[in-house]
Design a binder for this molecule. Structure first.
Ligand code: 4AD
Length: 456
């Protein structure tokens, strides 16, 4: 169907005075005796274009201007108030009617209500802005890595090995377990893959394989977590950006993570000014100032042991006790990043017992060369570490955790053949979207959220 993007009509001076065809959905309209006006949006921009109809000269179907109706409009582009343009319609065709029980009405709906209509909420302004920022940020991530000689790899989604070892894998099976099987092994042997399989929680282990050939790689795909966390920051299916870099230690990878975050945010600020202004106005007052300050700032690097001291000295009553050796809870992370430093903080050198088997053990024998990046308002957005390149230490860490070496033979062999220091991180794509948009619930930055007890 021949037509042009409303974004182009709004932005390109060359269309002024021209006759154009646009298609879109009616977002608002009003009719008087002689004139009618409709705001049309085709999803290419946050701003609608106004269609002006001289009722004496143009007849149109009675249903054409109802909210949500899909139209094709032909008309001349003319100057409007405040330097904008509008279209004087000469032809209006209804492509799809929209009856009065359309769930998206002109009023401002709550985000909770909109979650009940994921197939329609995308047409509301908030989601128009969220998904454009999401798309631009995905492009910015690819641009960042592609322009720096990283190879983009696609790691498997179905896997026989659990990367994080936290028992959060969804099982992949074509048969249900039954009492007829004498053991779990017998059941799995009968299943599709002939062994236990699950949906990957992270592409890291295979990413490391690729990094040992290409030096610098990144993955960008879905990860799955069956964790029972019904919070505004967790979904069971999230998008995961995972670079893996050979010949890099913890501080090299911290530098890369900080530079990537700043660079992609700058690109979003350049390409989505209207969307970010919208979020500043409706979701987080001061958002633009926050982002401008972020790209100019140096992120903090804080030792875990020091973080524990700060929390203990805070005089705050936390719900979860603060003890060296226990993981930081959201309330602790928020205190550190929102109240103490008021900017992103890399907490480094966590106790080895609360972190994953693959992390490089520090000479102190107690901690690992790992970091989480915490940001105000969201908490953890990145999990990162230098990897254990020493075969004996790796095997030791696996034994302590009772892991089955046979499930990790490829990974273990990497340490045998040309092993090098290497590091990587995982950025939760929805988490950084929350930070950049100020949208406080992860369910509102993904098309179809999957959470505990909810899938459609
Ligand atoms: O800290 P995590 O568990 O680290 C890993 O998976 C490493 N294997 C990554 C690596 O080094 N390649 O997860 C990384 C990030 C978290 O910081 C968070 O942003 C996001 O993934 N994430 C989630 N996002 C939304 N919902 C969930 N349930 C998430 N779980 C983790």
């Amino acid at each position: 169907m021949e037509h042009i993007d409303i974004k182009h009509v709004l932005e390109k001076a060359e269309y002024l005075g021209q006759t154009v065809t646009v298609c879109g959905w009616v977002r608002t309209s009003r009719e008087s005796k002689t004139m009618a006006f409709a705001e049309l949006n085709d999803g290419t921009s946050l701003t609608h274009i106004q269609i002006v109809i001289d009722r004496a000269n143009l007849e149109y179907p009675a249903t054409a201007l109802r909210l949500g109706t899909a139209l094709r409009v032909v008309g001349q582009v003319v100057e409007a108030r405040q330097g904008s343009v509008e279209i004087n319609a000469t032809e209006i065709e209804v492509l799809g009617e929209c009856p009065a029980d359309y769930p998206l009405q002109k009023k401002r709906h709550t985000l909770e209500y909109l979650r009940t209509i994921p197939h329609l909420r995308v047409r509301a302004n908030t989601f128009n802005a969220v998904f454009r920022v999401r798309s631009v940020m995905a492009g910015a991530i690819h641009n960042y890595f592609q322009s720096r000689n990283y190879t983009y790899v696609n790691t498997p989604l179905i896997t026989g090995s659990d990367c994080e070892g936290a028992g959060e894998m969804f099982k992949v099976t074509t048969i249900g377990y039954s009492q007829d099987y004498k053991s779990e092994e017998e059941y799995y042997a009968d299943d599709f893959f002939g062994r236990k399989a699950g949906l990957s929680v992270s592409g890291q282990l295979e990413g490391e394989v690729a990094a040992m050939a290409f030096g610098k790689i990144y993955t960008f795909g879905p990860s799955f977590r069956a964790e029972n966390s019904n919070t505004p920051r967790h979904v069971a299916e999230f998008w995961h950006v995972e670079p893996e870099v050979a010949f890099a230690d913890l501080f090299d990878i911290i530098g890369i993570a900080e530079d990537m975050i700043k660079t992609i945010i700058k690109e979003v600020m350049e390409k989505c000014p209207a969307e970010l202004q919208f979020f500043d106005k409706h979701f987080e007052k001061g958002l633009l100032d926050k982002l401008n300050a972020l790209v100019e700032s140096n992120f903090e690097i804080l030792d875990y042991t020091k973080a524990i001291e700060l929390l203990k000295e805070s005089g705050k009553e936390f719900v979860y006790p603060v003890e060296w050796g226990s993981d930081l809870q959201t309330e602790h992370e928020r205190y550190i990043t929102e109240e103490v430093f008021k900017k992103p903080v890399f907490v480094i050198n966590y106790p080895k017992d609360i972190k994953s088997f693959y992390m490089k053990q520090n000479p102190d024998g107690k901690t690992v060369a790992a970091t989480d990046l915490l940001v105000p308002g969201v908490g953890e957005i990145i999990g990162c570490s230098e990897r254990e390149a020493d075969l004996d230490k790796l095997l030791d860490a696996m034994r302590v955790r009772g892991m089955n070496e046979e499930d990790y033979t490829d990974y273990i062999e990497l340490r045998k053949f040309g092993s090098v220091p290497h590091s990587g991180f995982g950025l939760g794509f929805e988490r950084i979207l929350m930070y950049v948009t100020g949208v406080s619930n992860i369910r509102d930055v993904i098309l179809y959220p999957r959470t505990v007890g909810y899938v459609r």
